[in-house]
Design a protein around this ligand. Structure first.
Ligand code: ADP
Ligand code: MG
Length: 388
């Protein structure tokens, strides 16, 4: 690939999506002297308010596309559920990183699983189902641990997922399931969950961050720990699988690869995200270069920065539940007094249960100290103890 001249500070970068990932990219862009135009797909653009310009129109609007393209010199995504036709239309006019084909794989569970199969990467056993009779056949193959039915498209934070077992009635499951095509996965007996962020530049040069250990509650990420407390053999394997996935996708930008570590010691790829990832938020405070700066660097054709973890870190997600428990503004003053606390709030106006409103990263000389500080924050904020 012929590399065009890098986009230097002063350039305007386009972001598709209006959530917190675009907001954190905008913060880096401002620091480095770039401008951001964010296209939000609608009027509710709380997190996008840090962009220099916001196109608050639906992704289907041709006028909005024209306005976006008139300003952006290159574009990226902060959210994978962007219509393919829009990705193609943007990529026709300006550089789009990651490319539309990579986003297409990561936004659709069936395509993603088929990609993993083709690339020979370890994944959860699955069947694709599109009606009750296919579901009946697929349910019969489930092990005793049961399975999880997941919508092929538009799922996130456990939305569009249903726990099922070999005895479930396919007709009633299908009627209660919002989706026309789904993937039925075997439920894995999880020893751990981890994720690896890979940066792949325009020439195909790659770097990986240290794997992160993740804990979920109600299918939503609750806590991430860096470094992960797992055997070096597992960490090395996760890193090499993530690099192989980025290579096989011919990826450009920052890619997150989520893994399950099964009880029998096998590592399986769960899913991939074609963008910065919630489990990489610690990189802002604990690594030489944040995942958002890497996204900007690759988009602009600058060299990726060092991925070194300079400080152990524990990242705690702040869901709307925290505001609801406090009956208003949580006690940030007490949280700020904890050692190594870095508070990040996303500017969302309405706190709803399960909605990601911000996160807290605790950096410390040791992971044990970071864990102790996050446990204190949970007590202050009324967040249940982590399942560590
Ligand atoms: N097959 C599975 N076996 C065991 N746990 C699962 C399985 N699929 C999902 N989970 C749990 O649910 C979480 C969210 O599921 P995931 O497929 O990553 O969807 P999302 O797009 O919502 O992140 C996982 O991180 C894991 O904790
Ligand atoms: Mg996930």
């Amino acid at each position: 690939m012929n590399s065009p001249a890098p986009l230097l500070p002063g350039s305007t970068l386009g972001v598709l999506g209006g959530g917190q990932l675009g907001r954190m990219l905008a913060i880096v862009a401002r620091r480095m002297g770039y401008r951001i135009v964010a296209w939000t797909d609608g009027p509710d653009a709380g997190p996008a308010d840090l962009a220099d310009e916001v196109v608050a129109e639906a992704f289907s609007s041709p006028e909005a596309l024209a306005a976006f393209l008139a300003k952006a010199e290159a574009a990226t995504v902060e959210f994978e559920n962007i219509p393919q036709s829009l990705l193609d239309a943007v990529a026709e006019r300006i550089p789009l990183l990651p490319g539309a084909a990579s986003v297409a794989v990561c936004q659709h569970r069936e395509r993603e699983k088929r990609f993993l199969e083709r690339a020979g990467l370890p994944r959860v056993r699955f069947s694709v189902v599109s009606d009750p009779s296919e579901l009946r056949t697929a349910l019969a193959t489930l092990p005793e641990s049961g399975g999880i039915l997941k919508t092929a498209e538009f799922g996130y934070d456990g939305k569009g997922q249903l726990a099922v077992s070999a005895d479930s009635d396919p007709d009633s499951v299908w009627t209660g399931f919002a989706g026309s095509r789904a993937v039925l996965e075997e439920r894995i007996d999880l020893a751990a969950e981890l994720s690896v962020l890979v940066v792949r530049d325009r020439r195909g040069g790659m770097l990986a961050y240290d794997p992160v250990e993740n804990f979920h509650r109600d299918h939503i990420l609750d806590l991430s720990l860096a470094p992960a407390r797992l055997e070096p053999r597992i960490l090395d394997e996760a890193r090499s699988i993530a690099l192989a996935a980025a290579e096989a996708l011919d990826y450009r930008g920052i890619l997150a690869v989520e893994f399950f570590l099964a009880g029998d010691g096998q590592l399986l790829v769960n899913e991939m995200a074609p963008r910065p990832h919630n489990s990489g938020h610690h990189t802002i405070d604990a690594c030489d270069t944040s995942q958002f700066e890497q996204q900007l660097r690759v988009l602009c054709g600058l060299a990726p920065g060092s991925t070194r973890l300079h400080s152990p870190a524990a990242m705690l997600n702040l869901l709307g539940d925290v505001w609801i428990a406090a009956g208003g503004c949580p006690d940030w003053a007490s949280v700020a007094a904890l050692p190594g606390a870095h508070l990040h709030l996303y500017g969302k106006h309405e706190a709803r249960r399960g909605r990601k409103m911000g996160h807290l990263t605790f950096t410390a000389p040791s992971l044990g100290e970071a864990l102790a500080a996050q446990a204190r924050a949970r007590e202050i904020l009324g967040i249940p103890a982590a399942a560590i």
